[in-house]
Design a protein around this ligand. Structure first.
Ligand SMILES: Cc1cc2nc3c(=O)[nH]c(=O)nc-3n(C[C@H](O)[C@H](O)[C@H](O)COP(=O)(O)O)c2cc1C
Length: 181
């Protein structure tokens, strides 16, 4: 059993990525992990834009990261990179925030044209923050994911197998923590 954190980096109120993060979180909960969820869009915009490290909600998000052995970070692809909202939050984490942690980077995007964005843009930032193991990233396109009115998410069958493989690789890479620990 491992403490995990899913993070959605989309500023959108109807975010596919947020739904994807919830879906992956539910999968991981089903596998016996404890999973918390953080939507960056729910953090105070003032604190994010003014780099207010002392804001209580920002501090709580830092604590959530510190408590997690592994993180699933989901971002929309924006302008061939990850979202500015996610970057603003990552900028407020301590430089060693991801020390020893395992991270699965996921993205949703309009097309496959910028599939490399996770690896050339987000991965170096995660590694600069000390991540022990950034597992193979995975991108889901808008044609492969639909969010229903009730917030549930439907993945096209073409996306299911590869997402499951990414989640499995992440689970395997997590440090083992016994229930008694
Ligand atoms: C401002 C903006 C920039 C975008 N830039 C790209 C892009 O460069 N490449 C791409 O494939 N999709 C791009 N998209 C499409 C989004 O990545 C895609 O719709 C994604 O699923 C949105 O995720 P969300 O619903 O979680 O916010 C962009 C969308 C917006 C709103």
């Amino acid at each position: 059993m491992t403490q995990l954190l899913t993070v959605s980096g989309s500023p959108s109120a109807t975010s596919r990525g947020n739904a994807l993060a919830r879906l992956v979180g539910a999968q991981l909960t089903g596998n016996g992990h404890y999973v918390d969820h953080l939507a960056v869009r729910d953090l105070p915009a003032d604190a994010l834009l003014h780099a207010d490290f002392a804001d209580p909600a920002i501090r709580a998000s830092q604590d959530a990261v510190a408590s997690a052995e592994g993180l699933v970070i989901v971002t929309p692809v924006y302008k061939a990179s990850f979202s500015g909202a996610l970057k603003a939050w990552l900028d407020l984490l301590p430089q060693t925030a991801l020390d020893g942690k395992t991270v699965l980077p996921l993205a949703t995007s309009g097309s496959l044209a910028h599939a490399l964005a996770l690896d050339y843009a987000l991965r170096p930032v995660l590694q600069a923050l000390g991540a022990r193991h950034v597992v193979q990233s995975h991108l889901v396109t808008d044609t492969q994911i639909a969010v229903q009115a009730d917030g549930t998410v439907r993945l096209h069958e073409s996306a299911v197998e590869r997402l499951d493989a990414a989640v499995e690789a992440f689970s395997t890479a997590l440090p083992y923590v016994s229930a008694a620990a």
